[in-house]
Design a binder for this molecule. Structure first.
Ligand SMILES: [Zn+2]
Length: 153
């Protein structure tokens, strides 16, 4: 079982140790509580990339690339150019404002029509890139790890 060694240090079963600053962990925990969704910090590069998951303000587990239980990352489709920009925008907006953007915010940023925005949201949701709560405004959540998102220009 993965272990929390120190408040900001986590040990994986495979021997990998993920280290963060206490502030990074504190912020991610707070975000997981405030957004009521899973949040994670990434440690390691390439094949050693580990995701340290947090939920409801607490450390949850470590997703290990060496684990036999594959995280969804492998089967997940890569997000294409425009879709990636939408994801990056939703992510950055949420970071900045503490709430997800409304479809009208997407519309003014991408300068396109409401039906186009709505179709894009549905597409991103169908592909598993985002989740949302139907009927609830500003409930978009990006499910793609932040470091897989393209830079937002
Ligand atoms: Zn591991």
């Amino acid at each position: 079982m993965p272990k929390e060694i120190l408040p900001a240090t986590y040990a994986c079963d495979c021997g990998f140790v993920a280290q963060f600053t206490e502030d990074e962990v504190k912020e991610t925990k707070a975000r997981s509580r405030d957004l009521a969704s899973k949040q994670w910090l990434v440690s390691g590069e390439g094949l050693a990339k580990h995701l340290v998951m947090f939920e409801t303000g607490k450390w949850l587990t470590i997703l290990c690339p060496n684990s036999t239980k594959k995280p969804p990352a492998k089967s997940r489709e890569r997000c294409s150019g425009l879709q990636g920009r939408y994801l990056a925008f939703i992510h950055q907006y949420t970071q900045l404002h503490g709430v997800a953007p409304a479809e009208s915010d997407l519309q003014s940023f991408f300068k396109t029509s409401p039906p186009t925005i709505h179709q894009m949201v549905l597409t991103l949701e169908r592909k598993g890139f985002i989740a949302r709560t139907p009927g609830q405004a500003r409930s978009l959540r990006v499910l793609v790890p932040a470091d897989e998102l393209p830079p937002l220009r």
